[in-house]
Design a protein around this ligand. Structure first.
Ligand code: FAD
Ligand code: UQ1
Length: 450
């Protein structure tokens, strides 16, 4: 187990700070919570990078641990987004407005919001560099930077979004275009893509397909539609139990799935989408589209590429059970920016936040971390305007279901959980640092079954 030991600090932050820090470095970590330096604007006991799901949630938990004045969050965006609801926005089942709130309203009161962008991490000196040459030092660092969308990696795609018939639920700027394309659809190919990279919420690229298919049936357009899922993957879903259920639905609803098909170009002027066949090098196939939903390639944030905290792929290199950085013991990672080998979701962030809270408590007390993250993640696979399959699983891709019924069945209750309960749980539980996932509920509900 790695404990925290500091060797160096950001040079030149302020003349006094390095001296103070050297003194502090000699103290035990548990003695540090009330140092006078916490009032300084260039040092925080806990510095959180990113004010998305993981960052806000951890800042609320850290506030309870070390006091609001000792915690800061670096986040450039004025708005905080509840992204899981975009699936329903793209299908016209929810408006866009309730999916966001001002960042100022979700950062816990008293916690410092540094409205800036991290440009460089220097974990050997316990500091980060922000825009405008600002440097912030920390005792503990939590990295929650999410991931980056790469629309630009598909030739012709950025421009294509200024034309009709194309949308993407993955961005606040393009999600309403999905709904417009669906409403405008008359006849022809409706194509849904899945890229050749890690993605967040791996179910979302197909959820919008099921919703679109249902909408076309409801509006009488289905007989003239061909619904196509072109996925770079070789399977429909990574967990066998839910894959089996989804394949049944795909069959019964006459959906075409092409595996190992990766979108490489959009020619919006001709309404053509070009796919490479990943099994046949150099071979491409052109599809005419009347509606195209694009899930863009995704990757780590630029600031993490070639950073000392990242693995070779650019993901924050953390222990999969404790979420502590593998090399820097006072650095931790949570959420989409990490190399945790599980599906990147807000549900996973919930599970991780409870574990990371405990890990940091232990490290602060100079003890080895005790609680272990099991890879819990969840994906409510919306299959209709009133039905969802509630996939929940762990690192071993085995179902880890909360409720004592078969969650692979399409259910109204699972849909309401996704559409109505989860947003409430997100804003009032997860972001406030009170929701650490459903593990306890699962244990209670399964007591009677054992
Ligand atoms: P984010 O919440 O994305 O936050 C990252 C933050 O870092 C952002 O606020 C960003 O502005 C900030 N940032 C970026 N770069 C910098 C920088 N250089 N400096 C400072 N800050 C920076 N999850 C589910 O559990 N269930 C679902 O049903 C579900 N459906 C989804 C559907 C869609 C369409 C999408 C897009 C996502 C869905 N998710 C779902 C996934 C979920 O939203 C993410 O996994 C979750 O938000 C990840 O949280 P995070 O904190 O890691 O990243
Ligand atoms: C969850 O905890 C969560 O975070 C708030 C989500 O994100 C929106 C989810 O989609 C899901 C399904 C969960 C898991 C919660 C339960 C009650 C199964």
């Amino acid at each position: 187990m790695a404990t925290v030991g500091f060797v160096s600090s950001c040079a030149g932050v302020r003349p006094m700070v390095p001296l103070l820090r050297q003194g502090v470095q000699k103290m035990r970590s548990s003695q540090l919570h009330t140092t006078a330096r916490s009032a300084s604007k260039d040092y925080y006991e806990v510095l959180v990078l990113g004010g998305g799901t993981g960052g806000v949630s951890m800042s609320a938990r850290m506030k309870r641990k070390v006091g609001a004045g000792n915690v800061a969050v670096v986040e450039p965006s004025e708005k905080h987004y509840y992204q899981p609801l975009w699936t329903l926005v793209g299908a016209g089942a929810k408006p866009l407005a309730p999916c966001s709130r001002p960042t100022a309203s979700v950062i816990p009161s008293g916690v410092k919001w540094i409205q800036s962008r991290v440009q460089k991490l220097d974990p050997d000196k316990n500091c980060v560099h922000l825009e405008n040459d600002q440097k912030i030092s920390y005792k503990y660092l939590i990295i929650a930077l999410g991931l980056q969308l790469h629309f630009e990696k598909i030739k012709g795609l950025p421009e294509a979004f200024s034309t009709p018939k194309i949308g993407s639920n993955y961005s606040v700027h393009t999600v309403e275009k999905t709904w417009k394309a669906l409403q405008d659809f008359q006849e022809g190919n409706a194509i849904f893509t899945f890229p050749n990279t890690p993605v967040k919420c791996a179910g979302a690229p197909q959820k919008i397909m099921y919703l679109s298919e249902a909408y076309m049936r409801k509006t009488g357009k289905r007989p003239k539609a061909k619904i196509i899922f072109n996925t770079a993957l070789g399977v429909i879903f990574g967990v066998q139990k839910y894959a089996d259920a989804l394949l049944e639905i795909i069959k019964s609803r006459d959906i075409t799935v092409n595996y190992k098909y990766n979108l490489v170009e959009v020619r919006a002027d001709k309404q053509e989408a070009v796919f490479e066949n990943l099994d046949k090098s150099g071979e491409t196939e052109v599809y005419q589209y009347e509606m195209l939903h694009v899930t863009p390639p995704m990757g780590p944030q630029n600031v993490l590429l070639n950073s000392p905290v990242s693995d070779a792929g650019g993901w924050v290199d953390v222990d999969k059970e404790t979420l502590q950085h593998k090399k820097y013991p006072n650095v931790f990672g949570i959420g989409d920016c990490t190399n945790l080998p599980t599906s990147k979701t807000a549900a996973a962030v919930a599970g991780q936040s409870g574990v990371l809270d405990k890990t940091i408590s232990c490290i602060m007390k100079g003890k080895p971390p005790t609680k272990k993250y099991d890879g819990y993640t969840s994906c409510p696979l919306v299959t209709n305007y009133n039905r969802a399959i509630l996939a929940e699983f762990d690192y071993s891709a085995q179902p880890l279901e909360t409720f004592p019924f078969d969650q692979s069945k399409e259910r109204l209750t699972s849909f309401h959980m996704k559409a109505d309960l989860m947003p409430f749980l997100y804003w009032h539980g997860l972001l406030k640092g009170y929701w650490g996932g459903p593990a306890l509920i699962r244990k209670l509900l399964h007591l009677g079954l054992k």
